[in-house]
Structures are given as C-alpha cells and as structure tokens.
Ligand binder design. Structure first.
Ligand code: SF4
Length: 736
C-alpha cells in the first residue's frame, strides 16, 4: 500500500510505470508529464554495438528512452549514453538555419535556396579553375546507410571528384585493409554470440567495458571461457581478465608473431584447414622462427610465463574469439597488425564458427554502413574501384556510363589534409564530423583549414570548432529525427526511425543530398524516383544482391520484426547469418585466404631526454567523440565534466606530483594546460593517458601526424610528451 502511494506521489501509477521509472537518467524517475503517448523502435546513434531502443514521444518531443527487450543485441539494456541520448536532441547548440559567413567573419542566416546556390556555384567555379579534384569531401560514420549511399553517388558522379573520405578512416580503416589483405574483402566474420560461446576471448587493445559497454553483457554471459586482455593500460576490461598482458606500447606485432611461433612449434595448428583454405604457410613458418619466446618477452615487456599461458589457452581451445578496437587500429602498422591477427586465427582454424573469429569491433554507430555502401574505400557492395567487372556491373545497375565510375579511389582523409596544405584542394565539404578536435596535430590542421577558399560544414550542431570556421553551415537533422539503417559491428542491419522533427529549418542529410543533386542538375539521373530513404534502400538491396554484404532479403518491416538482420540475407539465408566463411571459401580469386606475416617497425616517435613519457589517448564511457552530443547531456557532463591525466605513482613521485595537482602536457606539436592529475596504476610507469573527448583541452594538440601508409589511419596511441607542473595561484593549492 505504501509503495502504491509512493508511486502515485512520483506519478508512476500508470501502465508504463516500469519504463517511465527507468527513463530519466538525470532524475531517476519520471513525472506524469513525461509519460510517453507512444513508443517508437529505433537503434542507438552512438557506438557500433547497435543497441535496440524505444523512444517515448509526447507532444512532439522525446521524453524517455528505454532499451528494447526484444533486440538480440542488448535485450533491453542500454549504457549511460544510450539511456540519455534524447537529451542531445534538445541541445542549445543545435544548428537550426543555413548560415553564411560575412566579410567580418560573422555568420548570418540565409535561405536554403541561397545556401544551395552558393555551395554549388562556388564548388563549380573552384573546379573549373583548379580541376575537379580541387574539391574534396569528408563525411562521418554517423549517417544512415541510405545517406552514405546517396552521398557517394552525389560526390563521385555528381560533383565528379573522388577525393572523398570519412572520419571512419580515423578509427577503423586499418581493419578494412587488414581484412582485405587476408580475406580478399572487408567484413567482420563473427558475431556477438561468439563472446558468449568462445572458450577463449582474446581482446587486443580493446576496453569494451568503457567503450562498448553492452558487449560486456555478452561477455559476462560466458561462464566457461578464459578472458585474455592485452593492453598497455590496465583498463576496466583488463581488471576482469583471467590473463592480463601489460604489453609495451606498439609491440602487438611482436606478441602475435611469438604466439604464431609457439602454435607452429607445438603443432597446435589446423593443418587440414591451412592446406585446403590458405596460401603462404611455408613462408610464415620461416618468418615465425625469428620470434622465439625469449626475444618476444624482451620486446613486448611481458614475462615468458604470461606469453606461454596465453599460447597454451589459444592452442588448447576449440573456439577462440580474437577481438580488437582502436588499440590495434590506431597505429602506423594497424593494417598489418590486423592481418597478422587474421593469420593467427586462420592457422589455428578459428574462423567460420560461432565463437571462432578474428573480429574488428567498430567505433561509430554506422561505420559499417559507409564501409559497405559509402563509395570511399570501396565502391558499393564491397566492389573494387580497379576491377573492370565490378565497375561494369555497377554502371549497369546505376544506368550510367562505366567511364563515369572512378578507376581508383581518391585521396584518403590525411592525404586530403596534405593536399589542402599543398594548395591542391581549395574547397572542402565536411559532413557530420568535427576535425577541429578530432584530427591529429591540430596546429597543422588549422593551418590547412586556413588555406581553404570554401569550407562547407553540414552538421546537427553549431557552433562547433569546425562550424565556426565554415563559410557555409548547413543545419542537419540528427539521430531521433531521421530514418534509415545502421549496420553494427556484427554485420547486423538495424532500423533507425524518426520520432520527432528536426529543429528550425534543419533537414535530414538525405534530403540535403537530394536537394543538392537537384541544384547540380543530376537529381533524376542519380536518384530516379527516389522520394524516401526506403527507395534508396531498395536500390542498395539491388546493388548488394549476390555480393558478400548481401542485403537483398532485408526489408524495413523484417528488421523491425527480427530486431535487425546480419548480412548476408538472401534466399539461402532468409534471416541472415551469424558467421562468415563457414565453408572456408574466401572472396579472393582462388577462394583461399592469405597468411600474411609482418615485422614490427619502430614507433613514429619514441621518448627521449626532452620528452620522456609516452602519451596514450582514448575514450571514457560517459562521452562520445568530441562531445558535440554528450556535452549537452546533463548527467554525462556531471559525471565527467573535465579531462584528466592518468599518471603512474612512480612517475608522479619522480615529478613530485600529487593527486589533483594541475599540470601542462607538452609534445613537439603543442601544449595542453591545466590538466588535473589522477595518480593510478591503471597506467604503467613512463606512460600517461588522456581522454580525447574534450576539445577545450584537446589531446590532438599533442598527437603526431603519422599515419598507416596503407589505410591512412592515424597513430593516435603513442607519442612522446613531457609534463610541467602548473604554478599554484597565490600560494594556494591547485584544486580540481
Ligand atoms: Fe548505445 Fe553503444 Fe551504449 Fe549500446 S553500448 S547504448 S549502442 S552507446
């Protein structure tokens, strides 16, 4: 009775009470005024886990969010970001109107018509004067796949430039190249079920407890498996490991080579699989001889005992699930490290079964969509630019001349920045990303942006560090305001639905692309009869039919019913497929995978007498990327309002630093002041960790502009820095 009275007092005495109670992360309960009139199914717009959720709508506003209990990805659970995502929609920094920068550098409101005319005319004029490739486009992993697909066509066939890439190059392009090198195609072969079923889960450079929290819920369902975590930082995830490998930064290749050596030496390889389905084993055997245990232990900083323990677990397991994120990808050797992990999985026969896969865990909610259909690193449907048959096929479906489709990919993200610096690229269109916080070596980037004669920024938020510099700002709808599909890390295509209208005059990116096509005079040619995102999806299905990433059996309705579908989905797999390569046949010319091997190279920058520490950058559970979304969410800002610098107690003692002291962190490229110190054994002596979300104290003022030569992915994880203690004002203690 008392409980009922209390519920009434809180306004929870109605049908939806259990959801309403859980729906407001700021206050912990919801008043009757926030009880939704209806719930709309959608998918979280932050990370690549791809959690299903329901948006509670009342009077045209999203007033609540709850996890979708029927979603196979998350079974009703959401992390703090997902639970509070609807607050980002109400951010005071939403971009509402098209803007143009006047001569005084101030932004003033204009109509959409003026914005489109200005953009198209100025890009055309630039291209006429300096050539087509003088215009470049940088997009994101945040759009729906239908938008990526439309943008790719618009850029390549409409604006006729293939200098087009996305911020996805900053997080997972090395996984793409690594998969292509080993298997002949991109495409993560495993599924989240693997985390529950594997005998061994080997996480490399992956702090999923912070960065992919709902994946952690799959992992803890695994009651029999051994968790091995390899990470220089003893992260939340590492704290739960059965075996923790505190590897020296940048030494993953040595460790994997050492494990390959032991597998071969002990005969723990799958000879039948190797012979039937791979190339290159004898070369690999010769190469692995250079990695005896004692050498690997010295190079990696790991004890021989830990390496042997790890090797025994892998060698004796039926199913090993290898998974990695940015700790592997963010390196000048990221692509080759990915291929080497694939090699270890292949020789031990750990592919093609639930629980046995080399699995790249992607970062953004729809990085996979742009990989599959974005026309950046591949043509849609994982087609190759350089493959005549692929281009002919696409030209037939698109009803365009084959010559209109580029024969090679254009410049990648870091190459585009270099070309701007070199004066070759003059005009840039940035869609849904914030380079003025996220790209390494911000001083260099600012110098590049200062040279542009036209910068168009299309974004859901304004001002951001990047929109502030824009000549034109195009206001875009964000998650919760648009429809389409996201593909998550396990290849699951999920439906995304609009629950509310965008603010002011903001439009969906999809409609902006279609409008621009109209002003460019290519609307009917590129997007015939397209009216809605579902029309684009129907074309995507046709383009993907028969390809590895086959969407042909997916419909919007079926995604709603099944809670997303893992491609390939076609006549043979009407409800999708859990694992790729179940038959051991790979999308290479002869169907066999390549056993690539690689030597480790020196890091781009090692500590020396002037810069004695190694900086590691990364993420935290409360925030997302450059905080354009999460800074507007009160509970997340309350939990993590400022960045901090993690320092090992030994390092702190050396520098005479105490907890909560403020320090400046300095690299050869820049300085970040007033960082509050956390003294913790999470980081090893000689290393420091700084979260990269805070543009106010931007980690990328310090990071090095060194990139994987194959993928273009930056080496965000290691650079040399030094610490200076900040003076204490008026003799007072420096406080947080
Ligand atoms: Fe969203 Fe990722 Fe959190 Fe799931 S784990 S709720 S997808 S941020």
């Amino acid at each position: 009775m008392l409980i009922e009275k209390f519920k009434k007092f809180l306004g929870l005495d109605i049908k939806e009470e259990k959801y309403a109670y859980a729906s407001d992360p700021l206050f912990g309960y919801t008043s009757a005024s926030k009880i939704p009139e209806k719930w709309i199914k959608t998918t979280c717009g932050y990370c690549s886990v791809g959690c299903g959720m329901l948006l509670g709508v009342k009077k045209g506003e999203i007033v609540a969010v709850r996890g979708d209990e029927d979603a196979p990805v998350n079974h009703g659970k959401l992390c703090p970001k997902g639970l509070s995502e609807h607050y980002s929609i109400k951010s005071p920094q939403r971009a509402k109107f098209p803007l143009i920068r006047d001569h005084a550098g101030l932004h003033e409101r204009i109509t959409w018509e003026t914005a489109y005319q200005q953009m198209v005319e100025r890009i055309k004029a630039t291209q006429q004067k300096y050539g087509r490739e003088s215009f470049a486009v940088l997009s994101t992993g945040q759009l729906v796949t239908e938008e990526f697909y439309a943008l790719g066509k618009l850029v390549q066939l409409g604006f006729k430039t293939n200098n087009y890439d996305g911020n996805t190059t900053l997080c997972m392009s090395s996984a793409v190249v690594g998969y292509k090198q080993s298997f002949g195609s991109d495409g993560p072969p495993g599924s989240y079920q693997g985390l529950e079923k594997a005998d061994v889960i080997f996480l490399l450079g992956a702090n999923i407890a912070d960065n992919h929290p709902i994946l952690w819920h799959h992992l803890i369902k695994n009651k029999h498996g051994t968790l091995i975590v390899c990470d220089p930082r003893k992260s939340k995830t590492a704290n739960f490991a059965n075996i923790y490998l505190p590897i020296k930064p940048g030494k993953d290749i040595d460790l994997i080579n050492g494990l390959i050596h032991l597998m071969i030496k002990w005969g723990k390889v799958d000879r039948a699989f190797i012979e039937a389905h791979t190339h290159g084993y004898s070369d690999l055997v010769r190469h692995a001889e250079n990695y005896p245990l004692e050498i690997v232990a010295v190079r990696t900083g790991l004890t021989e005992e830990k390496i042997l323990q790890t090797a025994k677990c892998i060698g004796n397991a039926q199913n090993v699930f290898f998974a990695w994120t940015m700790g592997i990808n963010h390196s000048t050797q990221g692509s080759d490290t990915v291929s080497l992990i694939n090699t270890l999985a292949l020789i031990t026969g750990n592919i093609g079964r639930t629980g046995a896969a080399p699995m790249s865990i992607t970062g953004q909610c729809n990085a996979m969509g742009t990989r599959e259909f974005g026309s950046t690193s591949s043509l849609p449907g994982y087609r190759k630019f350089e493959n005549d048959k692929d281009r002919q096929e696409l030209a037939r479906i698109w009803r365009v001349r084959e010559e209109e489709i580029p024969k090679k990919r254009g410049k990648n993200y870091p190459e585009i920045i270099q070309d701007i610096l070199d004066g070759k690229i003059k005009a840039l269109w940035v869609v849904g990303t914030n380079p003025l916080a996220s790209f390494p070596d911000q001083q260099r980037l600012k110098a590049a942006f200062g040279k542009l004669t036209l910068l168009v920024v299309q974004d859901g938020f304004h001002p951001t560090p990047t929109t502030e510099l824009a000549h034109l700002v195009l206001p875009a709808a964000i998650w919760g305001e648009k429809k389409g599909t996201f593909t998550n890390s396990e290849r699951r295509v999920n439906l995304v639905q609009a629950a509310v209208n965008p603010p002011g005059e903001a439009k969906t990116d999809f409609n902006i692309f279609l409008d621009l096509a109209l002003y460019l005079g290519v609307r009917e040619k590129l997007f015939p009869k397209w009216r809605t995102e579902e029309d684009a999806f129907e074309e995507i299905k046709a383009v993907s039919s028969g390809r590895l990433c086959d969407y042909s059996g997916i419909t919007y309705q079926k995604m709603l019913e099944l809670g997303g579908i893992q491609w390939p989905c076609n006549d043979q797999n009407p409800n999708g497929k859990d694992s790729l390569y179940t038959d051991g046949v790979f999308p290479t010319e002869d169907g066999k995978a390549r056993l690539l091997y690689v030597e480790s190279s020196p890091k781009p920058e090692d500590p020396d007498n002037s810069y004695r520490l190694i900086l590691n950058t990364g993420r935290t559970v409360e925030h997302w990327h450059t905080r354009t979304k999460t800074a507007a969410v009160p509970i997340l800002e309350y939990l993590a309002p400022i960045p901090w610098l993690e320092i090992n107690p030994q390092t702190a003692q050396y520098y005479e630093i105490r907890p909560n002291d403020k320090v400046a962190l300095i690299s050869r490229r820049g300085r970040v002041k007033d960082l509050v110190v956390r003294i913790t054994e999470t980081v090893q002596p000689g290393q420091v960790f700084l979260p990269f979300h805070y543009f106010e104290k931007c980690a990328n003022l310090l990071t090095i502009p060194a990139f994987d030569p194959k993928s273009g992915e930056p080496n965000y994880k290691q650079c040399a820095v030094r610490i200076e203690k900040m003076p204490v004002a008026n003799g007072a203690e420096a406080m947080t």
